[in-house]
Design a protein. Structure first.
Length: 383
């Protein structure tokens, strides 16, 4: 729902009723992620997509039925259907979809003002979260991250269950992790989908060089909040890095010590200068970030590792460094190098092999468990 928050809010403001279909479970090679939504309004207009075209027709019909009855519904599409090509996923996976009517504020069955606030927060780029009960007697109940337990008892939930759901929702908003969980409601198990929208993950690029400009461009396309940092004001300018959200003139290691990072942050060191690289990497490799990579030849890498060890880093910290940076795809231009780097970032985040799909068995689209540890740079990656 939050992935199409702007469209939903605009339709509600125009007085439209909508049926919102949200992916609650994914099995096999289904192409869209948990929490992805598609909506159909009472004039037949479609917003968003949940399967890249595989089951949109069937979901559209399910949404029309919910608009007609007002009753929420849970559907499964995919290889469990009699004919996967008729109403399922021809790629061989399956998805479970929950469909619920959403009406304007003040209308019969209208959404709570707090849900509207979550939609507005998402549309403006602020963290937000919604919990949807998809199984149990309270099926269809919506809870907002800003609500209190007392405010949602009317949704068919006792205060204790509402409190547990809201506590889980708040934690997931903080971590940026959507997912499902079973919550006890006065002895009854309720299946709850937590859909969260958090701030964009950070891509911090050190070194104002041509490779950095290409990496900034590509990272922005992937939804990162991009920062380029260099100590040289002549090179670190917004004109040279138009796609960056921030261009910072500062000593790299000092900036990194002072800026905010989290477990989704990516740090790429492209400076090629030991006086910057060593103190910078000494700090970066001790931070709880998703990825630390450094550009350089194998000779540069070997010397860098010795200097970092001399600076006091142990095997665990040194094992986190992706260097030489990127996957082996034969790239040489700044743009091709950017693709190589981001391919490794994605493979690290998903614990994927980085091998050609035609040489890999199993589903193409794989869910990554919440909190799953990242592999070490040399584990499972084609370098």
């Amino acid at each position: 729902m939050l992935d199409i928050a702007t469209d939903i809010r605009e339709a509600l403001d125009a007085g439209r009723r909508l049926a919102v279909a949200t992916v609650t479970a994914v099995d096999g090679s289904a192409p869209r992620a948990l929490g992805t939504s598609m909506a159909v309004d009472d004039r037949g207009r479609v917003y968003g997509s949940i399967s890249g075209g595989c089951v949109e027709g069937a979901v559209y019909q399910a949404a029309e039925a919910v608009l007609a009855t007002g009753e929420p519904a849970l559907h499964e599409f995919g290889f469990t259907d009699g004919d996967a090509f008729a109403a399922g996923l021809s790629c061989g996976g399956s998805i479970e979809v929950f469909v619920r009517e959403i009406a304007p504020l003040g209308a019969r069955g209208g959404i709570d003002a707090r849900i509207a606030d979550e939609l507005d927060a998402t549309a403006s780029g602020r963290p937000a979260g919604i919990a949807i009960v998809v199984r149990g007697s309270a099926r269809g109940a919506l809870l907002a991250a800003t609500a209190s337990a007392a405010e949602v008892v009317s949704e068919g939930l006792d205060a204790g269950a509402a409190e547990r759901i809201l506590r889980e929702l708040t934690a997931r908003v903080g971590s940026g992790a959507s997912g499902t969980a079973v919550v006890d409601c006065d002895g009854e198990p309720l299946t709850v989908l937590f859909v969260v929208s958090s701030t964009a993950p950070r891509m911090i690029i050190f070194g104002a060089v041509d490779f950095s400009a290409a990496l900034a461009d590509a990272s922005a396309l992937l939804g990162y909040h991009v920062t380029v940092c260099d100590a040289r004001p002549l090179f670190a300018t917004s004109t040279r890095f138009p796609s960056a959200d921030e261009v910072v003139v500062a000593w790299p290691s000092v900036y990194l010590e002072q800026t905010v990072v989290d477990e989704r942050t990516v740090i790429c060191v492209l400076t090629h200068d030991e006086k910057f690289d060593i103190p910078l990497l000494t700090t970066a490799l001790t931070l709880p970030v998703a990825y630390v990579g450094a550009m350089g030849s194998r000779t540069t890498h070997e010397r860098r590792m010795r200097l970092l060890a001399d600076a006091g880093l142990g095997e665990r910290e040194l094992g986190r460094l992706h260097s030489p940076i990127g996957l082996d795809i034969g790239g040489s231009t700044p743009q091709e190098t950017a693709v190589s780097i981001l391919a490794e970032v994605i493979a690290s985040r998903t614990a994927a092999s980085g091998a050609a799909l035609r040489r890999v068995d199993g589903p193409i689209h794989r869910a990554v468990p919440v909190g799953a540890p990242l592999p070490a740079p040399d584990e499972g990656l084609v370098r």
